[in-house]
Ligand binder design. Structure first.
Ligand SMILES: [Zn+2]
Length: 343
């Protein structure tokens, strides 16, 4: 088969690659659409340590089942499917507690952090265990289905956050996940949604997708703006969707006493936090990892047009041109948010 292979750091090559070997409990999926994730773009230069070459990256995908392992009973060839990005074991202590996203020895598709190497979906075919598959509703096309994964990441973060009716929420960072957090918050009875980003294009998109107001720290005094909207208190909840010290500090600085700040972004392995603010204002910091069961709801919401994934799609391109699109994303081309590749 053809695949887009990370042969060395910063070297993506579209080339022949061995077909995946399908285990008894797996299916072979012919990939129809696969999204480029920010973690792939950041990972390809070696800076995250989670994309050690050689590797076929890609964990946001959808396609058609073309063959079945001998133990697969509930799926058939021709089924349109998408799948979780996490491959978890069913006989795990955390999985049995309903926390499969935290299970031990889990693997992420298209990732090689040193302890394992699991080739992903920037390829014509990918092998996937049956228990992480989800059926795609008829109303949802493959491109939309390839974007379920990042919506589910956003939905998981929102589900961990106690958003009361008409609460004011701040979203720091309006990349793809931040924009989906805004959309999911809109479905949850959230009140004012305040978007924060350094790029005007992203702030405009945030407004279109449900944020009431959008501020740019380069131009606005964001603490004053949020105070003006909350009778001086600060927001009831905040989502940090970048993962560096500056933005974590911003999020903590924009909430009221007793609020929760949900941490989704994790660009940096460690950040500085204003400890005395967190302690004396009794702020709760909540980490959010991946996805835990949100796929079926997200697929239904896309089918019902409650969540708009196309608004975030910047381009669709053939997989053979993948290297060029990775480079454009790596160069942070303005206005480029989401690119979906088609093998
Ligand atoms: Zn991702």
């Amino acid at each position: 088969m053809k695949a887009l292979v990370l042969e060395a750091y910063n070297k993506l090559v579209y080339k022949d690659f061995p077909d995946p070997v399908v285990a008894n409990d797996e299916v072979l999926v012919k990939v129809e659409a696969v999204g480029i994730c920010g973690s792939d773009v950041h990972g390809m230069d070696g800076s995250t340590g989670r994309r050690i070459p050689p590797l076929v990256m890609g964990h946001e995908a959808a396609g058609t089942i073309t063959s079945l392992g001998s133990d697969v009973k509930d799926w058939k060839t021709g089924d349109r499917v998408t799948f979780d990005s996490t491959i978890y074991r069913l006989d795990d202590w955390y999985t049995r507690k309903g926390l499969y996203n935290l299970s031990d020895n889990r693997m992420v598709l298209g990732v090689s952090p040193g302890t394992y190497r699991r080739h992903g979906a920037f390829a014509e075919y990918v092998n996937v265990p049956q228990h992480i598959l989800y059926r795609i509703p008829d109303e949802v096309n493959f491109t939309q289905a390839s974007m379920v994964e990042p919506v589910a990441v956003a939905a998981h973060a929102v589900s961990l956050t106690p958003v009361a009716w008409n609460d004011t929420a701040v979203v720091v960072g309006c990349g793809m996940i931040g924009l989906f957090v805004i959309q999911v918050l809109r479905t949850r009875g959230c009140g004012k949604i305040i978007a924060i980003d350094l790029e005007e294009e992203k702030l405009a998109l945030a407004r279109n997708l449900g944020a009431d107001v959008a501020f740019n720290p380069k131009r606005d005094n964001i603490r004053k703006e949020v105070e003006a909207l909350t009778e001086g208190r600060g927001a009831d909840v905040a989502f940090e969707v970048v993962g560096i010290s500056d933005t974590v500090k911003s999020a903590i600085g924009l909430v009221r006493k007793g609020a929760m700040v949900t941490l989704v972004g994790n660009l940096s392995p460690a950040v500085e936090i204003p400890l005395q603010t967190v302690v004396t204002q009794q702020i709760r910091l909540q980490g959010s990892c991946a996805i835990c069961g949100e796929y079926p709801a997200v697929l239904e919401m896309i089918a019902r047009n409650t969540i708009n994934v196309e608004a975030i799609l910047s381009a669709e391109a053939p997989l053979s041109e993948g290297a060029e699109w990775f480079q454009r994303l790596y160069n942070k081309e303005p206005g480029l948010i989401k690119v979906v590749l088609k093998p």
